[in-house]
Design a protein around this ligand. Structure first.
Ligand SMILES: [Zn+2]
Length: 682
């Protein structure tokens, strides 16, 4: 990795001398061309996002771009940082990047003749803490137009002995789902919870805001990017920002993630465990820098820091991406489709999708020394001291809403192992039957245990692991609240494994949070027996208020999951932000899509005699959607107290970095709440 220069002025610790803005914007008295009218912020912008907190030496791409075509191509007039002229350095670096093979891609230049300006200084960083104001001025058709962004650079040093962070995500896991899962597992006795989830036993609890750069309702990409790189970005973006060349998703400005930063500077290991395909947004957030989460082939290549011409992401034009990339040491999840070259190899994973460049990334992984495992036994037997790639089967049943790229619901894994039933029926009595191969798929807690052991063996100097229970969200979207609650329980089992590890390894911090919420709430209960036997009008089925009483879930084999999904009295979950669907309140044999092509029409295959619940979402939305609710964050380990209170999701990044830097008390945090350019820190 090349070492890039950094700006050396301004700022002493947290104290920053006040500064003066030295750029005077000259407004020309001439009549402006039509294209260049409008407020300056609509004409020119700078990336990263205004008001981002960066770490000392954290790499980011500094991009200046115009947004509306001029009559001729705009030119760069100047860039200043805290009033100091940075124009020469910027120009020199851009010229160096342009000399590289594929230089215009490196620089992110708009196409010739577009009359847009766009230049990206790659992998820049700031070496001193403090507050920085960047002003960029373009000459657009003879008029000087400026943009101004402010950044805070947070100090960072390795202090204290904390060297492991385990970051849990219940995707879409809002607070009501924790409550619902707890009732399912422990019931209520004497008016009190019969027990508490492992998540709830963690000593610190905070609330996280989840908005994105372009909406109050986020997706799983920008939220994860907020924790791992500290920057707000748009929905669907992973540690990268939109730009004025939307015709390609490959040249966008990027920002380094905390795992990439820790691996580059301190050789920490990186691990990811998920029940969604490995290239999905939440796992990808740790190690991918891509504005469009759907570029799965790109993301898979970046996991191995592997770029070669002829591949989906070639080497030519992407030297800066290669400099940023860090290989992931432990990957456990489904989604072989983004690693295999053809339909024969895809068929081994009961899938039909494969890489669009027909390249074999599994072979590359093997060449790089990875052990490849495909089921729970081979996973458990794999050596811990070598990089590990686990690619497991998904829910390949034709009718399943999850699909072959996602590990089946843990309820279905339990049924396959003979540990759970639906209405007393086991694997072969359901329609369709639960395939016996599902018993070979590891559960989240099993993957978590293996990932921790492997990272410990490979990277005793330190590591970061992300564990995602993704099907909380993926089963909430198609409105399967029972399976959704089982996914919270599987997350809790993985948390249990990790709490034991953290208790024995006091240099470990664990966090459990969600990226965003879904619209479910615990509304009441229903009498399953009466519904099953058609003894009750579904309009009378849901018991609420004082009639809800108590549920009768049982875990007789003590594996942490109810044995029966439809006990005599079961939870009834209400859902907002939904399409039209039908429900009989009972767990279906397989999870089916809730509506058809049109979100105002229920799927006729699903509970055809069920209660009709009509949509509140627009008709083109055919699944339930995310909400803007704050989500809980639980913490345990050194510095856990920093995660108390209400924080924005980018502050989770700032606080993790502070914990690694030895900060243990909130009084010492001094992160500054969302700050403004005029505010002076003291
Ligand atoms: Zn979602």
């Amino acid at each position: 990795m090349s070492s890039l220069c950094s700006i050396q002025f301004v700022g002493k610790g947290w104290k920053v001398v006040s500064f003066f803005v030295v750029i005077a914007i000259t407004w020309l008295a001439t009549v402006l061309p039509v294209q260049a009218q409008g407020a300056d912020e609509e004409l020119v912008r700078i990336w990263p996002t205004n008001n981002t907190t960066l770490l000392v030496e954290q790499r980011f791409d500094l991009r200046v771009e115009s947004l509306i075509p001029g009559q001729s191509a705009p030119t760069l007039e100047s860039i200043t940082i805290n009033g100091n002229n940075f124009t020469g350095t910027f120009r020199q670096r851009i010229n160096e990047q342009l000399q590289l093979p594929g230089g215009s891609i490196e620089v992110g230049q708009p196409p010739e003749g577009s009359n847009l300006f766009g230049q990206t200084l790659r992998n820049w960083s700031l070496s001193q803490p403090g507050r920085y104001e960047v002003v960029a001025t373009l000459n657009i058709d003879g008029r000087q137009v400026s943009a101004r962004n402010t950044y805070r650079v947070q100090p960072f040093q390795r202090r204290g002995n904390l060297n492991k962070i385990i970051f849990f995500v219940g995707d879409g896991m809002g607070t009501p789902l924790r409550t619902g899962a707890r009732i399912m597992k422990y019931g209520v006795r004497d008016g009190q919870p019969g027990g508490y989830l492992e998540i709830e036993k963690m000593p610190v609890l905070g609330l996280v805001n989840t908005h994105s750069l372009d909406s109050i309702i986020p997706d799983s990409a920008n939220t994860a990017a907020a924790w791992v790189s500290g920057a707000k970005t748009i929905n669907n973006a992973l540690n990268a920002f939109p730009d004025n060349t939307p015709e390609t998703n490959f040249d966008n400005p990027r920002i380094e993630t905390l795992p990439q930063y820790m691996k580059r500077r301190y050789n920490w290991g990186i691990g990811m465990v998920t029940t969604a395909f490995l290239t999905d947004a939440t796992p990808a957030s740790f190690a991918a820098n891509q504005v469009q989460r759907g570029e799965f082939e790109w993301i898979a290549q970046q996991y191995f820091d592997f770029f070669r011409d002829g591949w989906y992401v070639p080497e030519t034009g992407y030297r800066s991406l290669k400099e940023l990339s860090q290989p992931v040491d432990v990957l456990l999840g489904p989604g072989a489709r983004h690693f295999v070259p053809d339909e024969n190899r895809a068929a081994e994973f009961r899938d039909t999708v494969f890489r669009r460049d027909n390249q074999d990334l599994i072979a590359v992984a093997r060449q790089q020394g990875y052990t490849i495992v495909t089921d729970v036994n081979s996973m458990n037997q794999a050596p811990n001291d070598r990089p590990l790639l686990g690619l497991f089967l998904g829910d390949f049943r034709e009718s399943a809403a999850l699909g072959p790229q996602n590990i089946p619901s843990v309820l279905d894994l339990l049924i396959a192992r003979g540990r759970a039933t639906i209405d007393g029926r086991g694997a072969n009595q359901l329609t369709p039957p639960v395939p016996s191969e599902f018993a070979t798929i590891p559960k989240l807690e099993e993957m978590t245990r293996k990932a921790i052991a492997a990272l410990e063996a490979q990277s005793p100097q330190g590591w970061m692991l992300q564990v995602e229970s993704s099907q909380v969200d993926k089963l909430a979207h198609p409105l399967d609240p029972d399976r959704t609650l089982y996914e919270v329980l599987t997350l809790d089992k993985a948390v249990e494994v990790t709490r034991q590890f953290v208790a024995e390894n006091p240099n470990s911090l664990m966090l459990v949070t969600a990226d965003h919420a879904q619209g479910q709430t615990v509304g009441g209960t229903v009498d399953s027996q009466a519904i099953r036997e058609n003894r009750i009008d579904l309009n009378e089925a849901m018991q609420s208020f004082g009639n809800a009483g108590f549920t009768t879930y049982q875990d007789t084999d003590n594996d942490g999951y109810p044995n029966e999904a439809n006990p005599s009295t079961k939870l009834a979950i209400g859902i907002s932000a939904r399409p039209t669907f039908r429900t009989d309140f009972l767990t279906d044999d397989v999870n089916l899509p809730p509506s058809g092509e049109d979100g105002t029409e229920p799927n006729p295959e699903r509970d055809p005699n069920g209660l009709l619940l009509t949509n509140d979402l627009q008709r083109q939305t055919t699944v339930a959607n995310h909400t803007a609710d704050d989500v809980p964050i639980a913490a345990q380990g050194p510095g856990a107290g920093l995660f108390n209170g209400v924080m924005d999701n980018i502050e989770v990044f700032q606080r993790m970095a502070a914990v690694i830097s030895g900060v243990r008390n909130r009084q010492d945090l001094a992160t500054g709440r969302p700050f403004t350019a005029t505010e002076t820190e003291s």
